[in-house]
Design a protein around this ligand. Structure first.
Ligand SMILES: NC(=O)c1ccc[n+]([C@@H]2O[C@H](COP(=O)([O-])OP(=O)(O)OC[C@H]3O[C@@H](n4cnc5c(N)ncnc54)[C@H](O)[C@@H]3O)[C@@H](O)[C@H]2O)c1
Length: 365
């Protein structure tokens, strides 16, 4: 297969699917790789680095998509890219197809094989940790007085209390948020419905100002927090919320909500995804930071981690073909969105009201 790495065209997205060292491993094994000129520039990977790794550098995205049958990317397929799709393409990228009906239509109509990278990470997405770490950092910045926040310092100097932070959800993202906030000296409470997640987080920080609690404690804790960081993926069928609009009046003046999960009207009723170009908005006097591609702010580390995670799946697809690779690895199969015009992704089918064939059924010999 000929592997293609187009430049990401989503605004403010600086990540690239493969770094030069990943490409070098592929070309050394005899697999041709095409990289679009400038694809790695925001990740400090130059065209020359890729050429030295054995890649062919193509001038534009159309050339990469045209020359290759295995396309690896970071973000979903945008309408400007629909025209490049071909039935023989195998696509591995963060598709988020459940919330993108237009994209789902384009993939099904083309009849290509599409795998949602975000569903294939057995050990958690490498970019989730970065989202938690960077999102929390930005939340702390917004708490400083010149940025409109409470003005509390993150360290508890001179007897004044340290910034009070609530981290809701202690998964991959939440643990990243805890790392940053505790690392900077904040007083942190982590909330989770899963006792095991709380227990694990507590074991990691026995000497810090860190406590955990069940989610029932949220209403009592909300009025005392300078910064509330939501890291709970909200099921799309739920229409209740952990923090409703009515709860906003209970918050401290100038408190900040940093919603890293950023599901529209999800765990936080008043959340909607934003971008780095326009990251913050205010509802009832409470600032919300809801950027939906936070790791894009640190593309060098984010690309390195993402490429490393993709390589685990690229190699088996090259060795066996996508179908056998999915049959051999449940985690890769989890990401299968569609093939030959058949929708396979159960969540996309449920949310968009489409017919689908169960993944096990589809992969049966
Ligand atoms: N904004 C971004 O750039 C960005 C980047 C990566 C991930 N994300 C999003 O961050 C979210 C979290 O991802 P993750 O990998 O940490 O998920 P995860 O599944 O690893 O962790 C979620 C945690 O939330 C807990 N939880 C579930 N329901 C809860 C509830 N009602 N109350 C309290 N806790 C609850 C779970 O027990 C789990 O520990 C996802 O929505 C993901 O899409 C956003």
């Amino acid at each position: 297969m000929r592997i293609g790495v187009p430049k990401e065209i989503k605004p403010q997205e600086g990540r690239v699917a493969l770094m030069p060292d990943h490409v070098a491993r592929l070309t050394a094994a005899g697999h041709p790789v095409h990289v679009e000129a400038g694809a790695g520039s925001a990740s400090w990977a130059t065209d020359r680095d890729y050429a030295e790794a054995g890649a062919t550098i193509d001038d534009c995205g159309a050339d990469v998509w045209g020359a290759c049958d295995f396309i690896v990317k970071v973000k979903e397929i945008l309408p400007q890219e629909y025209g490049y799709l071909r039935p023989d393409h195998v696509l591995l990228t963060n598709l988020h197809s459940a919330s993108n009906p237009g994209e789902t239509d384009a993939l099904l109509k083309t009849g290509l094989t599409a795998i949602a990278a975000e569903d294939t990470h057995r050990f958690g997405s490498p970019n989730c940790a970065l989202a938690g770490e960077i999102g929390a950092f930005e939340g702390i910045r917004l708490c400083l007085a010149p940025h409109g926040g409470s003005g509390r310092h993150f360290f508890g100097h001179f007897g004044s209390p340290a910034m009070r932070v609530l981290v809701i959800g202690l998964g991959n993202v939440g643990r990243g948020a805890v790392r940053t906030t505790l690392g900077l000296g904040c007083s942190v409470t982590g909330l989770d419905i899963n006792w095991g997640a709380r227990y694990k987080a507590e074991q990691d920080y026995p000497t810090r100002d860190f406590t955990t609690a069940g989610i029932d404690a949220l209403p009592d804790l909300l009025p005392h927090a300078d910064l509330i960081i939501n890291c709970v993926l909200w099921p799309k069928h739920r229409d209740d919320h952990l923090i409703s609009r009515a709860n906003l009046k209970d918050l401290r003046p100038k408190a900040v909500i940093c919603d890293i999960a950023c599901d529209e009207a999800g765990a936080v009723e008043t959340s909607r995804p934003t971008s780095w170009a326009d990251p913050i908005y205010e509802v009832d006097g409470v600032r919300h930071f809801c950027v939906d591609n936070i790791p894009g702010a640190a593309p060098v580390a984010a690309s390195a981690g993402y490429g490393q995670a993709l390589m685990r799946h690229i190699q088996p697809i090259l060795d066996k073909g996508w179908r056998q690779a999915c049959q051999a690895d449940d985690w890769l199969a989890r990401g299968l969105v569609c093939a030959q015009g058949t929708l396979i992704h159960a969540e996309t089918a449920r949310i968009q009201g489409r017919d689908h064939v169960n993944v096990a059924e589809y992969l049966k010999d």
